[in-house]
Design a protein around this ligand. Structure first.
Ligand SMILES: CC(C)(COP(=O)(O)OP(=O)(O)OC[C@H]1O[C@@H](n2cnc3c(N)ncnc32)[C@H](O)[C@@H]1OP(=O)(O)O)[C@@H](O)C(=O)NCCC(=O)NCCS
Length: 146
């Protein structure tokens, strides 16, 4: 069974590869990932397969009692096994324990897998930034009560 656990610096090579692999990931740079691990307001989680491979990760930050979802990706070999859904659930639990009442994010209207994931995890569309991304797509703003 895949384990969800806090990320470690030894995960960062694989996280950086995955972050660079997907078009829709925000493409954090390696130093940004290293800095994120050290932030006290960060929730940074890894999904590890039974054979100790990194199969996904989640990055979020807590700002004024709100969990901001910043990046989530799952490796191409591990898709549709509820790994992203479990990463989100774990992040929600941690954020609740830190007093958060709400989670927020923005996602491209063209990123159907992520949009469906977020809807299934209880997010609702609350706004739109028209033609926000470089590819001309709009950003959907989504919220969820924790
Ligand atoms: C979006 C992403 C994280 C989903 O990861 P995942 O582990 O495959 O997702 P899950 O298995 O937890 O899926 C949960 C739900 O999301 C939706 N979903 C996931 N992948 C989907 C797809 N390819 N098409 C349509 N819906 C999809 C479904 O509703 C799914 O539930 P179901 O399997 O019961 O139908 C993954 O596709 C990914 O890494 N994408 C590239 C990076 C990215 O776009 N990240 C988001 C922006 S930072």
């Amino acid at each position: 069974m895949t384990v969800i656990r806090p990320s470690r610096s030894s995960d960062l090579d694989e996280i950086f590869s995955l972050e660079s692999y997907w078009d829709y990931a925000p493409h954090w740079l390696r130093p940004q990932l290293e800095a994120e691990l050290l932030r006290p307001d960060s929730i940074f989680l890894s999904a590890e397969s039974p054979d100790s491979r990194l199969c996904g990760y989640f990055i979020g930050r807590i700002l004024e009692k709100e969990l901001q979802v910043l990046s989530i990706s799952v490796g191409p070999a591990y898709l549709r096994r509820a790994i992203a859904a479990r990463l989100l659930d774990c992040a929600f639990s941690k954020a609740r324990l830190k007093g958060c009442a709400r989670a927020t994010l923005e996602v491209s209207e063209r990123n159907i897998p992520a949009l469906n994931l977020y809807k299934k995890s209880g997010f609702q569309i609350v706004g739109k930034r028209v033609k926000f991304y470089n590819d001309g797509s709009s950003a959907l703003l989504m919220d969820k009560l924790l």
